[in-house]
Design a binder for this molecule. Structure first.
Ligand SMILES: *Cc1c(COP(=O)(O)O)cnc(C)c1O
Length: 368
């Protein structure tokens, strides 16, 4: 498929000057207790792609409903990909994103897998700057609050035939988010599903697409039904190798200080948080390994004291300690408090993101 996007001229995001903004009072009230994913800023970004026109009509306009034909391909065949990153307000009032180039690159990889057109990295970054520039007042201050940014792309063409869409919409929305752990970091419980898998070799597990999440919901319901917070998936072939949670990667802390994370096999989503921790943990003096981890190693390792902490990581919840792993017929308990290594990694990552610690890797990019 010829998409010829490299030759496209730079996309310019035109800001609609007539957008009606919420009052200062209303915004302040929302930012006081934003929760997660419930409230949205005054603006959103949209752009359209067609085979002949490439990416065009890039705009920053009022947040609001999108008109879509009931025959829009995304509603039938789920041709959609998304990203998730945050804008952090620093002490001096400036607003920064964390490794957005990595999100841009992953967005392009996901798009390729779903036969969607790639949005050039420069356009992806420009859209973040345009939206956060227009809605800078919506970036919360203090604690671990942030403005969650959600870029996504979907098949908007009205056509029921099965083929890559000839009209695609890019959209970016922003949602103020409070601290994930408002009452202090507490370990979560995990259900190990043996009925469901998330991703199979050759499938879409490596791509960040809505379809993966749709496929994970029944397993997540199963986890809730067993009194657990989240579900953990094993590989689809041997049902033996630990992959990841529905939306977070995993790390195992060993008694000798080594951190182990499941290697990227093609069925695991490569998290920006996961790869950042590979670097940071090494700098903190830990040995880090990417290799396969069997569910037996997890169970026996915790029971025998070889594995001392397990945590999950991802943009939304940063670093989350896992307290308990349950399965059909048993459970092991990692702990009821976040472990020292989990806490150390979490603090280092947040320290960089919020500008409290030196950004020695050039991971921060100013948005406003
Ligand atoms: C987004 C996502 C992650 C975490 O990725 P980050 O870039 O660290 O936010 C992990 N697993 C899945 C399935 C995801 O969709």
């Amino acid at each position: 498929m010829e998409r010829a996007l490299d030759e496209a001229p730079a996309l310019e995001f035109v800001v609609d000057p007539d957008v009606v903004r919420r009052s200062d009072d209303e915004r302040t009230q929302i930012l006081g207790a934003p929760g997660f994913g419930k409230h949205f800023t005054d603006h959103m970004v949209t752009a359209t792609w067609t085979p002949d026109g490439g990416w065009h009509d890039a705009r920053v306009r009022a947040f609001g409903p999108i008109t879509l034909s009931p025959a829009a391909a995304v509603l039938h065949y789920a041709q959609e990909v998304f990203e998730g990153l945050k804008a952090y307000r620093h002490e001096d009032g400036s607003v920064w994103s964390f490794r957005p180039e990595a999100n841009a690159a992953r967005f392009a990889r996901s798009a390729r897998r779903l036969a969607l057109p790639e949005l050039p990295e420069a356009a992806f970054l420009a859209s973040l700057e345009a939206l956060v520039g227009a809605d800078a007042d919506w970036v919360p201050t203090g604690g671990e609050a942030s403005l969650y940014l959600r870029p996504f792309m979907f098949a908007s063409e009205s056509f029921l035939g099965v083929r890559p869409a000839h009209e695609v919409t890019y959209c970016l929305i922003a949602s103020p988010a409070g601290s994930y752990f408002a009452g202090g970091v507490t370990p979560v419980s995990i259900w190990l599903t043996t009925d469901y898998t998330r991703a199979a070799p050759g499938g879409t597990g490596e791509a960040k697409c809505g379809g993966n999440y749709a496929a994970s919901l029944a397993a997540q319901q199963e986890a809730i039904g067993h009194g657990c917070d989240q579900v953990c998936f094993l590989d689809a072939t041997e049902h033996r190798w630990v992959e990841e949670l529905g939306g977070m990667n995993l790390y195992f802390v060993h008694a000798d200080g080594t951190l182990v994370t499941p290697s990227l096999t093609g069925t695991i989503l490569e998290g920006v948080t996961r790869s950042s921790i590979l670097t940071l943990a090494g700098e903190l003096g830990h040995r880090v390994e990417e290799r396969r981890v069997s569910v037996d190693e997890w169970r026996d390792g915790v029971a025998g004291g070889e594995i001392t902490e397990v945590f999950a990581c991802g943009t939304a919840a940063v670093v989350t300690p896992l307290g308990r792993l349950a399965w059909d017929g048993g459970e092991v308990v990692m702990g009821t408090e976040p472990g020292p290594v989990t806490t150390q990694v979490r603090e280092r990552l947040l320290g960089i993101q919020y500008g409290r610690e030196a950004d020695t890797h050039g991971w921060l990019r100013r948005l406003a």
